[in-house]
Design a protein around this ligand. Sequence first.
Ligand SMILES: [Zn+2]
Length: 197
Amino acid sequence: MSGEYPEFRLGSVLATSFTATLTERQGDSVERIPTPQRLADWLTVSGLAVDSCAPAQLERARELRESIHAAATATANGDPVPASARQVINDCSMQGRAAAILTEDGRRKWRLNSVEDALSVIAGDAIDILAGERDGRLALCASPTCRAAFFDTSQSRTRRWCEMNTCGNRQKKARFIANQRKNRNSERGQVKGSSSR
Ligand SMILES: [Zn+2]
């Protein structure tokens, strides 16, 4: 949508798609909704389009995002959800006046009048997965610089990365390079004086 800002990382689960608007939380973090307009863009591509977004609403959205991340991390670790995070999620859920609408062609559409309405839908989605209302398991990405919370709906519940084509591939590549280096070193040990570089 806009070349000057980081692209979105969209997943199939609304709440963790939302927490993925801040990535590499344990490394050089990337803010993917740096401006109110980018939050509005994210809401649009997530089926929650609103007319406008003010700076204070972006602040509130980020507060909800970090609360969902904290709650999901605690749940994935088997710890109780921090009271402050629960409070923000519940407040956002209650403050919105979103309505689900069934369209003529049999799809669900949200009727929203404000960012607060959109946040209430996201908070509601977070409550569903935190409370175990949906089939799946909350887990944390195995990448040490990422540690994003994701919702694992795989049959075996053994998914390790938030996304295969980012964290998963990076890990694979790192392993491949490490193996190559190891092979090269052992080759060097066998054929003295030869260099592969
Ligand atoms: Zn990850």
